[in-house]
Design a protein. Structure first.
Length: 397
């Protein structure tokens, strides 16, 4: 073994390998050139590292992964929150010109610098809790120029902070005013996806398959266009109703289907067959006061990987805490501690197609670590409004 650059010793590890936490008491992690070269019992660890860090018995987990956000946007929708408190539904607000369209107007009015400035505090909040990889979707521009602007801003955030940014093109998020839905999908498929693919600005393509979004037929057109340009797909599916979007996404080998409150048995079976991850978003469930819980038991029994994410967005989940997302996943969806932690590490990495790069403590993977002042991993799920992060390591630094 090459002499490691750094060694973290006297630690307890939650490697997140296998099906559970992959606990190693008395563990160590060694890294060279930003990659893990050893993670396991301290007795077998290299002893000649250039720099040694004593963790004083603290826990080390993989750096956290937020695999579903809409983090880059302008303005806020606090007024809509107030309207919902007074009884208005998400669909009523959307049809009255609010919702995604309201944020679209704010985004179109903002320049790239303003978008970056508004988004940095949200990014910093996630980083402060140990996040090392964050997915950011577009979808609030709904025109080629505005979607390109959003994706450029998202990419730029990765240059402003030590964090991995995965970008997703979500042009099929809503129908902009004054255009027919099919005509808009023509533009998404024929103009936007080719231009964004050529610019290398997106790692995946997403869509909102829902009554207030796009039909399965329109969604399938988006999937076909993405495939033609070599981009994997994801899908907002079964949030407000069962449109059978998850099964459609699975047919196209989607990385993930997200939300899933109204997912049925056929959708679960399709996802299990193709390895499509289930990304659960308890922040939106909580914020919208939903009562239809995703079919957790069915997903478990089928062996579908379950990820958790903040769904950080201005309208339905203004959440910038993966720790709180884990607590919500446990309290609202009855996920176990192991499921919650896997949901923001191993399974979240898989939902981004990055399972070979991040999400577990294993030799060969990026040395993205979160070091915690806790006595047991359950504290990361149990506490509310408390951040026990001791240190965050990204690419070995």
């Amino acid at each position: 073994m090459v002499r490691p650059d750094r060694l973290w010793r006297n630690a307890r590890l939650a490697t997140m390998t296998g099906d559970g936490l992959g606990v190693v008491e008395g563990g160590a992690v060694a890294a060279t050139d930003g990659r893990i070269v050893y993670a396991g019992p301290a007795d077998d660890a290299p002893t000649d590292a250039a720099e040694v860090k004593d963790c004083d018995g603290r826990w080390i987990t993989p750096g956290l992964v937020d695999c579903h956000t809409h983090l880059v946007y302008a303005g806020n929708r606090a007024t809509e929150f107030e309207q919902r408190l007074e009884g208005a539904s998400y669909e009523e607000i959307a049809r009255a010109g609010g919702g995604i369209v309201a944020t679209m107007q704010a985004v179109r009015a903002a320049d790239e610098a303003a978008l970056i400035a508004e988004s940095l505090p949200r990014l910093d909040a996630l980083i402060a809790e140990g996040a090392t990889t964050i997915e950011i979707k577009s979808g609030y521009g709904l025109s080629l120029d505005a979607e390109l602007k959003l994706l450029r801003a998202a990419k730029a955030l990765g240059g402003r902070r030590p964090v991995r940014i995965a970008t997703t093109f979500l042009g099929a998020h809503a129908v902009p005013p004054g255009i027919d839905a099919d005509a808009y999908i023509d533009a998404v498929c024929g103009t936007m996806i080719p231009a964004i693919a050529d610019a290398g600005l997106a790692d995946a393509v997403d869509a909102f398959c829902e009554r207030v979004g796009f039909t399965p037929a329109q969604t399938e057109r988006v999937f076909k266009a993405a495939a033609a340009h070599g981009l994997p797909v994801k899908l907002h599916a079964e949030q407000l109703s069962n449109s059978h979007g998850a099964a459609l996404a699975a047919c196209y080998g989607a990385l993930s289907a997200d939300h899933l409150e109204h997912l049925d048995a056929a959708g679960i079976a399709a996802m299990a067959k193709t390895g499509t991850a289930a990304v659960l978003l308890p922040g939106a469930f909580y914020f919208m006061r939903d009562t239809q819980v995703p079919p957790i038991r069915g997903l478990r029994e089928a062996g579908v990987g379950i990820a958790l994410a903040t769904d950080c967005n201005p309208g339905t989940s203004p959440l910038t805490s993966l720790l709180l997302a884990m607590n919500m996943g446990a309290t609202l969806f009855r996920l176990t501690v192991a499921e919650c932690l896997a949901g923001v590490t191993r399974e979240a990495a898989k939902a981004l197609g990055l399972g070979g790069e991040i999400g577990t403590l294993e030799a060969g993977k990026s040395c993205d670590l979160a070091i915690w002042d806790i006595e047991t991993p359950a504290e990361l799920v149990y506490r509310i409004g408390f951040n026990p992060l001791h240190q965050r390591i990204w690419r070995g630094q």
